[in-house]
Design a binder for this molecule. Structure first.
Ligand SMILES: Cc1cc2nc3c(=O)[nH]c(=O)nc-3n(C[C@H](O)[C@H](O)[C@H](O)COP(=O)(O)OP(=O)(O)OC[C@H]3O[C@@H](n4cnc5c(N)ncnc54)[C@H](O)[C@@H]3O)c2cc1C
Length: 435
């Protein structure tokens, strides 16, 4: 047992409650450094909340903190994006009870249609089709609006007895020692943990304070995200249409709606964003063609700069990076958050292994770096190549990729490989991803 040191600014955790640490295996260390919790997660975005829950699920005591006011993050307008969560990461959400909280707001993706085309001439006849039946699954993945996912995760962390949520607070200093890592907060409090998880996004302060360098490059593309309502049902089909300036994705949401990710050059995106509402709606409808009958935007549209960011290392003496703090990739395949969820599940496995061997999680963290860095690098490189290959009008590449789509469609093992990839079934599966 360990005395809690802080008061106030806490969410759903009764005042004056002493919370036992999840680990009993390293009592001498706990006593020596007055440990506040096993794991301190900095950043309560989608990846940070998932990591807090996953580690608590495996028996760790977790403190989760964020510098933003949770009420502001739960506003409808905070994040207009929707996320494709592949079948295996969704399995983790099931195990953590998030799917029940989402209810029918998680829309199954039963088919993915990948096609190459041009706005003037339409879609090429060489289309690649993935379907859930072929991989023996009910769905290849699920689509959900980030606002619903964020609320479901927030409610779950708030209800979990082993997770304490502190916000708004900022980390001003971090001290790493051989026995623990301690964090000084903006309000003067000090917390000590076995491990700090940096889930504080692409500009991660924790990463900067740990001196971990990052490679950044801009895609010189932006993405417009919005939601549309349409006349005809989507029947669970996700469309990825590759146009020369960038991919145009139509992703199925509940209630005859779809989420749009429209990638284009910064100049074209800025011009589209400046259009009056009616002209913007007409431009969107032009890209849909007749596919779903009448199409109407039913949410504000927002633009995002697209970049690639990879870290030199994921771990540094009792600090682990996850989510966008560790990697930012092109949204072409909807994999960024899926990678963050895989990071969270891999951390949870470290917790399990530490408990089983009587070690503290902070000293086993090198294993996490080994497991995740290569996997995330491969995904980042694949999405980068995919974007470069498809976002061009260069004739040899254009015909080559159309041929490629046609070939993959015809070769069953190749098609199956890509379908298993889309469902998140490949690679070293963490235990929370198991069926
Ligand atoms: C257009 C677009 C579409 C996408 N679509 C998909 C998709 O379909 N599927 C998918 O898997 N991925 C998708 N992604 C990627 C996905 O959205 C991100 O990978 C994911 O949201 C990152 O979550 P995160 O929790 O790591 O980071 P963030 O969402 O950035 O969260 C970071 C948190 O840390 C907090 N914070 C920041 N600094 C501090 C500090 N100093 N102290 C304390 N707290 C701090 C912030 O307040 C925030 O709550 C898409 C991305 C884009 C741009």
């Amino acid at each position: 047992m360990c005395e809690r040191e802080f008061q106030g600014d806490r969410h759903n955790f009764p005042e004056s409650t002493n919370r036992p640490l999840g680990f009993t295996a390293y009592p001498a260390i706990i006593a020596a450094v007055n440990m506040t919790c096993d794991i301190l997660v900095v950043g309560a975005g989608l990846a940070g909340m998932a990591a807090a829950l996953a580690c608590a699920h495996k028996g760790a005591s977790v403190t989760l903190l964020d510098n933003a006011d949770p009420a502001a993050c739960l506003e409808e307008e905070f994040d207009g994006r929707a996320s494709t969560i592949a079948a295996r990461p969704f399995q983790m959400l099931r195990r953590l009870g998030i799917d029940e909280r989402l209810g029918d707001r998680a829309e199954p993706i039963t088919d993915i249609l990948v096609s190459d085309g041009e706005l003037s001439t339409g879609v090429s006849p060489l289309t690649l089709h993935f379907d859930a039946d072929t991989v023996g699954s009910k769905a290849l993945g699920y689509m959900m609006e980030n606002r619903h996912l964020r609320r479901a995760l927030y409610e779950a962390v708030s209800d979990h007895p082993a997770v304490e949520y502190l916000a708004p607070v900022t980390v001003v200093d971090i001290k790493q020692t051989a026995l623990s890592v301690s964090v000084e907060l903006s309000d003067g409090r000090n917390l000590a943990a076995s491990l700090v998880v940096a889930a504080d996004g692409r500009e991660s302060r924790v990463r900067q304070q740990a001196g971990i360098s990052v490679m950044k490059t801009s895609y010189r593309q932006k993405a417009i995200v919005t939601t549309v309502a349409h006349e005809h049902p989507h029947n669970g089909v996700a469309h990825e249409l590759f146009l020369p300036p960038g991919p145009f994705a139509i992703l199925p949401l509940s209630q005859n709606r779809s989420s749009i990710v429209w990638t284009d050059s910064p100049r074209a995106v800025d011009a589209a964003m400046a259009l009056p509402e009616a002209a913007f709606a007409a431009e969107l409808a032009r890209r849909f063609g007749n596919m779903y009958g009448t199409v109407e935007p039913c949410a504000p549209h927002r633009a995002y700069d697209l970049s690639l960011q990879l870290c030199e290392t994921y771990v540094d003496n009792r600090i682990a990076l996850i989510g966008d703090a560790a990697h930012v990739i092109h949204p072409i395949a909807g994999q960024g958050l899926n990678m963050g969820f895989r990071d969270a599940a891999a951390l949870a496995d470290i917790v399990t292994e530490a408990r089983a061997t009587g070690q503290d999680p902070g000293i086993r963290i090198e294993q996490y770096g080994v497991r995740r860095k290569f996997d995330n690098f491969v995904m980042a490189a694949s999405t980068d190549i995919l974007n470069r290959m498809f976002s061009t009008d260069f004739a040899p590449l254009k015909y080559g990729r159309r041929l490629g789509l046609g070939l993959v469609e015809q070769i069953r093992p190749a098609r199956q490989f890509f379908m298993r990839e889309a469902a998140g079934q490949t690679g070293d599966l963490p235990s929370l991803f198991e069926a």
